[in-house]
Design a protein around this ligand. Structure first.
Ligand code: GLP
Length: 239
């Protein structure tokens, strides 16, 4: 596990270099992407580099971590909408190569199909993760089995509360979501975990130095052979 502590701007630049190197080496790389406020600067940087022809997503394939239940893609708070607005519309990716879990069809077949699609694409080369206040990754809440595949999640009250800032009313935050499972995340060849802000200091400390436990999903990353953690000084305060 490598830990890089620097500013949010430099995190975006360093991580963007990882994407540039990967896509030069493997233009059709499979990228695991995340939502939330944490990756926004990175997405800006990727869009900038793409506009400057420093990297191309022309052959890249992307699979997002999660999606809220029952929000149609055109809903402004759906993660599909988020990705279209903040990244996909700003880079040269083929929209047909972008995938976000289906929050509407949550049948067993649809869930299993998401994992199968990733496997058929060759597996995720680089998985981007943010960190929930309770140590969740994707929407894998505390208690999620490490062996989980794409599944339906009942969101904890703390997660709904944390994400209420994006919705018009706290009650509008969906109660469920679909998330790539922990095993699916751990199958990625390389992982980048971003943690920004003082609120992430305790979950980040626990994820890195605490016991590896399903009660703190991000702690599973201690078992992965290629993880880079990018933290700003506030998030790294307890390291
Ligand atoms: C959300 C998302 C996660 C994200 C995390 C942190 O609930 N499902 O994928 O990493 O919580 O969000 P933020 O980056 O806004 O702090």
């Amino acid at each position: 596990m490598r830990i890089v502590v620097t500013t949010e701007d430099e995190i975006a630049q360093l991580a963007a270099e990882r994407y540039t190197e990967l896509l030069l080496r493997k233009p059709n790389a499979v990228l695991g992407l995340a939502t939330g406020s944490t990756p926004l600067r990175l997405y800006e940087e990727l869009a900038k580099k793409c506009a400057a022809h420093e990297l191309s997503f022309r052959f890249a394939r992307t699979y997002n971590l999660d999606e809220y239940a029952d929000l149609p893609p055109e809903h402004p708070q759906s993660y599909r909408g988020f990705m279209d607005r903040h990244l996909f519309s700003k880079i040269d990716i083929d929209p047909g190569n972008t995938h976000v879990p289906n929050g509407i069809d949550r049948s067993d077949t649809a869930l299993a199909n998401y994992d199968t699609m990733i496997e058929h694409a060759g597996g995720i080369d680089l998985q981007l993760l943010g960190l929930g206040l309770n140590g969740h990754i994707g929407f894998n809440e505390p208690g999620t089995p490490f062996g989980s595949r794409t599944h339906v999640v009942r969101l904890s009250e703390s997660t709904r509360h944390a994400n209420a800032r994006f919705f018009d009313r706290p009650e509008s935050v969906p109660k469920e979501a679909v998330s790539l499972g922990i095993r699916s995340v751990m199958n990625a060849r390389s992982i980048l975990l971003f943690a920004l802000g003082e609120q992430k200091a305790e979950p980040l400390r626990a994820a890195i130095y605490g016991p590896v436990t399903e009660l703190l999903p991000a702690s599973v990353l201690q078992l992965h052979p290629d993880v880079t953690i990018y933290a700003d000084r506030e998030a790294a305060e307890l390291l």
